[in-house]
Design a protein around this ligand. Sequence first.
Ligand code: FMN
Length: 193
Amino acid sequence: MPSQRDVAVLVGSLRQESWNRKAAEAAASVAPAYLKFRFVDIAVSLYNQDLDTDTPPADWKRLRDDIAPADAVLFATPEYNRSVPGVLKNAIDIASRPYGKGVLIGKPAAVLSVSVGQIGGFGANHHLRQVAAYLDMPMLQQPEMYLGSVQNFLSASGEITQDATRELLTKFGGAFADWIERVSVRKQPERGR
Ligand SMILES: Cc1cc2nc3c(=O)[nH]c(=O)nc-3n(C[C@H](O)[C@H](O)[C@H](O)COP(=O)(O)O)c2cc1C
């Protein structure tokens, strides 16, 4: 079994009863056990380049520090007006800086998008993929996770209520685990001089 992998989970909704958070928790519950999912609080102040100095706001530093050690990133995002909610884009923008040293850069990633409507956040999912391409984050392609009509397969408390959903989420977790192993740049052991 591969060694433990730390996966930072960024949920694009601050809502107490967020379906996206519940879906991410459900996905985590059926993923290979060596993937350790860590939910990162993305509720931070708005990005302002004027403040992005050697002493950035404390909440930005906390966000960057939380993401930095992760081996991979799982995004779970609602769709707001056919795109990524501002709160998630703001967190990504903060984590993408300082230029060239952003803590997201190069990390393997996957996205699931969840909605109560039928389209399953397709627009947000693909806008996020565009952002990830710029950040050089290798993004899992399959299985695609557009989870529409979420209320039909998750209970209000977040339990998976359909076998087909459990199967899909299990397949997703396995594929993500394989993807992380495939694309991770492994640290080379230091050689003695
Ligand atoms: C400002 C706003 C815009 C929305 N736009 C869309 C949309 O474009 N497509 C969609 O499927 N649902 C849209 N919705 C509905 C969300 O998908 C729904 O509220 C979802 O439950 C939000 O995810 P959450 O439960 O994780 O908070 C929108 C909701 C809000 C508040």
